[in-house]
Design a protein around this ligand. Structure first.
Ligand SMILES: NC(=O)c1ccc[n+]([C@@H]2O[C@H](COP(=O)([O-])OP(=O)(O)OC[C@H]3O[C@@H](n4cnc5c(N)ncnc54)[C@H](O)[C@@H]3O)[C@@H](O)[C@H]2O)c1
Ligand SMILES: O=C(O)[C@H](O)COP(=O)(O)O
Length: 416
């Protein structure tokens, strides 16, 4: 078997936030034995201490990887977000240090769509209130404000993986589906794209948000947008807590507008199960509150564990960066009996010619070279069929604008 540079038992992996055992099993099977798992996230101060000797870190939506954390991460080689969202990671800070970030873009899509659909039906029937009353010994047997889903209009904001999946499931139940997205999206089934957010809000009986946390979605739903909704509409947010002005939503519900709401994500979320959840929506019996569990099913978590750990293993073993969310994507063939150099540099003119000159001067023959760039970074992978000495590696490290050099399939250092 081809030998990887650093002994795998020396590659330290830190997995936070109760990442599924499937990830640990996958890493162990691939020979990575130095794995620490924690069931919680860590604060910035704790991370700054802990991350110093970590090569790979896995996290979910709660752990914030800030510029300060990256500055302390002397050995960090890649980040795995074991979830869809990557807004908790400073992607630029990672890129500037030559660190690719991976996620699981599809593994919990279905779980979120199923939850939203269930909540829409529960709220259309007024179940939260009726259930609460029954628990208290009451008996709210009434058809008042209770509706079938059939024939109602579901308005989806953000028609990506989750929005489109929800669209298919909802149509099968008899919803008419409208959606709004900033880009033109292929409609699933009979769904129709509308031209503006305002139109969608005014026409939908159920509004569900499925946008990422990006500047254009920050607080995109506030008082003015809620005012456009029907008096008896239902509002669902399982995307990100920064998308909705939660105080405005609380006021609107207080005023008697909207039949109900279901909220899974909040501007401020407790860091762990022991911290109190504080929200102006607490105590409202027409609101379903869930603790950011849209993607928390065993099926999704197991799949995410496998998917993201595989991406980390592939990057560690062979340098492939396909599906990275911040990094130039390079798909690499395996290459037994060759040495592989991974050179990550600022994307400025002249770097490639300098690298090739170093290799030429050292008499190193290139058997294959793969280059991808994005606006910030160039990533070149060079397969060489001849052993080389530390002098060549030192010269490659000294190439102007070098961010990082890794060596695979050799006796040399993992991080040169
Ligand atoms: N509650 C949970 O547990 C949970 C689980 C998974 C994902 N999420 C969240 O759901 C989000 C959506 O996931 P996805 O996989 O469908 O993402 P996606 O990237 O596939 O789709 C997002 C869609 O939103 C659209 N969009 C972006 N900006 C917009 C704007 N300003 N207005 C309208 N549309 C806009 C995009 O064009 C895209 O079609 C994730 O980013 C994540 O934050 C939450
Ligand atoms: O981005 C995601 O996939 C969701 O927000 C779920 O995050 P979690 O893994 O922290 O549950």
């Amino acid at each position: 078997m081809a030998k990887t540079s650093l002994d795998k038992s020396k590659i330290k992996i830190l997995l936070l936030e109760g990442i599924h055992q499937s990830a640990v099993d996958n890493l162990l099977n691939a020979g990575y034995t130095n794995i620490e798992t924690l069931s919680t996230s860590l604060s910035e101060d704790e991370l700054v201490e802990k991350i110093r000797d970590v090569h790979f870190i896995g996290l979910r939506s709660r752990t914030q990887l800030t510029e300060r954390v990256f500055a302390a991460a002397e050995r960090l080689t890649a980040v795995g977000c074991f979830c869809i969202g990557t807004n908790q990671v400073d992607l630029n800070a990672a890129l500037e240090r030559g660190i690719p970030v991976f996620n699981a873009p599809y593994s919990n899509t279905r779980s979120v769509a199923e939850l939203v659909l269930a909540e829409a039906i529960m709220l259309l029937r007024g179940i939260p209130e009726k259930s609460t009353r029954a628990h208290q010994g009451g008996w709210l047997k009434s058809a008042k404000n209770a509706h079938e889903a059939r024939g109602k209009t579901l308005g989806i904001i953000g028609y990506g993986s989750i929005g489109a999946q929800l669209s298919v499931l909802a149509e099968s139940l008899g919803f008419d589906v409208l959606y709004y997205d900033v880009i033109t999206k292929l409609a699933m089934g009979n769904a129709r794209q509308v031209g503006s957010l305002e139109e969608l809000l005014a026409r939908a009986d159920v509004v569900s948000l499925h946008v990422p946390d990006v500047p254009s979605t920050r607080w995109m739903i506030g008082r003015d947008q809620l005012a456009l909704m029907k008096q008896t509409a239902i509002f669902i947010n399982a995307s990100r807590g920064t998308v909705v002005d939660i105080e405005a939503l609380a006021e609107v519900l207080e005023s008697g507008k909207l039949l109900g709401a279901a909220i899974d994500v909040f501007p401020v979320e407790p860091k762990g199960t022991n911290e109190e959840f504080v929200s102006p929506l607490r105590g409202k019996d027409n609101v379903i509150l869930t603790p950011h569990i849209g993607g928390s099913t065993l099926e999704a978590q197991e799949n995410i564990g496998i998917e993201v750990s595989e991406k980390l293993i592939t990057y560690s073993d062979n340098g492939t960066t396909i599906t990275s969310v911040n990094f130039p994507e390079v798909a690499l063939p395996a290459h037994p009996d060759k040495h592989r150099l991974l050179h990550i540099h600022e994307n400025v003119p002249g770097v490639m010619s300098e690298i090739n000159k170093v290799l030429g001067d050292e008499g190193i023959n290139i058997s294959a070279q793969y280059l991808q760039t994005n606006s910030g970074v160039g990533y070149v992978v060079i397969d060489v069929d001849k052993a080389y000495g530390p002098k060549a590696l030192e010269a490659l490290k000294r190439v102007n604008h070098t961010l990082r050099l890794r060596v695979l399939y050799s006796e040399s250092n993992f991080e040169a």
